[in-house]
Design a protein around this ligand. Structure first.
Ligand SMILES: O=C(O)CCC(=O)C(=O)O
Ligand SMILES: [Fe+2]
Length: 222
C-alpha cells in the first residue's frame, strides 16, 4: 500500500508546527536507530520525551482522527506516538525496513507496525533531495500532505543537499493487517461514498454498505 493523504494540516496549523519545530532541541537521530538502521542514518530527531514531541504528536493525532480519508485508508487500531525528524547538510536515512513491534514508553502497550507514515512540513522547493523512496516511487509531497506506506517495504530518505526537510513520522497497527484486504475495503468504501452522492436512496447502496461491514467483520482483528 502506498497512499497520499492530502491536506492533513491547513496553512495556519502548518505555520504553528513549523515555528515550534524550528527552535526545537534536535538530537542525533542515530541515538534511536535500530541494529540495521544505525549505519545509514544521519538525520536529527526530537527526543521521545521532549514535551514538544508529545504536544505536537497529540495535535497531529487529533487532526488525523478527524480526517475521513486517513481513517478509511488506514483503519487504525493503535498508533505509535508521532516523532519528528530533520534532514539537512547531506543528512539521509539509507535503505531499511522498519521494526515490526514498538513499545509505547510508560505503558505496557505493544503495537505491530502495519503502516508507516510521513507528514511533510516543508514545501518541495525549500530543499533539494529528501525524497522518501519505496518500491520504485520517489515521494516528495507539499507541506501538510502525508504518505502512508507498508511498514514491511524497504525504504530510504535521499540526502538533503540544500535547505532542511522537517517531517513527522509514525507507525500504526491497522484493524486489517493485510495490505491487499485493506486496499479492497478502501476501494469499496470509495465506491459507496460516491454512490451515496448519486443515488442516496438506492437499496443496492444499503447492500453494499452491509457488504463493507461484513468484510470488515471477517478481516479485522482488535
Ligand atoms: O523521514 C521519513 O520520511 C522516514 C523516516 C524513516 O524511515 C524512519 O524513521 O524509519
Ligand atoms: Fe523507516
Amino acid at each position: 500500500m502506498m497512499l497520499i493523504i492530502p491536506d492533513v494540516l491547513d496553512a495556519e496549523q502548518l505555520r504553528d508546527c513549523r515555528a515550534a519545530l524550528e527552535t526545537a532541541s534536535w538530537q542525533d537521530g542515530r541515538l534511536s536507530a535500530g541494529h540495521q538502521a544505525v549505519h545509514a542514518k544521519t538525520n536529527q530527531q526530537l527526543a521521545q520525551n521532549d514535551p514538544l514531541t508529545q504536544q505536537l504528536g497529540d495535535f497531529l493525532l487529533e487532526c488525523l482522527s478527524r480526517n475521513p480519508r486517513f481513517m478509511a485508508a488506514a483503519l487504525p487500531l493503535k498508533v505509535v506516538p508521532p516523532r519528528f525528524n530533520r534532514y539537512a547538510g547531506g543528512g539521509q536515512y539509507g535503505d531499511h525496513i522498519d521494526n515490526a513491534i514498538f513499545s509505547v514508553p510508560g505503558t505496557s502497550q505493544r503495537i505491530r507496525a502495519d503502516l508507516s507514515a510521513t507528514l511533510f512540513f516543508n514545501e518541495p522547493d525549500e530543499y533539494d533531495g529528501g525524497e522518501l523512496v519505496t518500491r520504485e516511487r520517489r515521494i516528495k509531497l507539499p507541506a501538510g500532505h502525508l504518505v502512508l506506506y507498508s511498514s514491511g517495504s524497504l525504504h530510504r530518505v535521499e540526502p538533503v543537499t540544500r535547505g532542511a526537510r522537517l517531517a513527522s513520522f509514525f507507525w500504526l497497527q491497522s484493524l486489517v493487517r493485510q495490505d491487499d484486504q485493506r486496499e479492497l475495503l478502501l476501494e469499496l468504501d470509495d465506491s459507496i461514498q460516491a454512490l451515496r452522492l448519486q443515488v442516496p436512496d438506492s437499496p443496492e447502496l444499503l447492500r453494499l454498505t452491509g457488504l463493507y461491514h461484513n468484510l470488515l467483520r471477517q478481516w479485522s482483528q482488535t
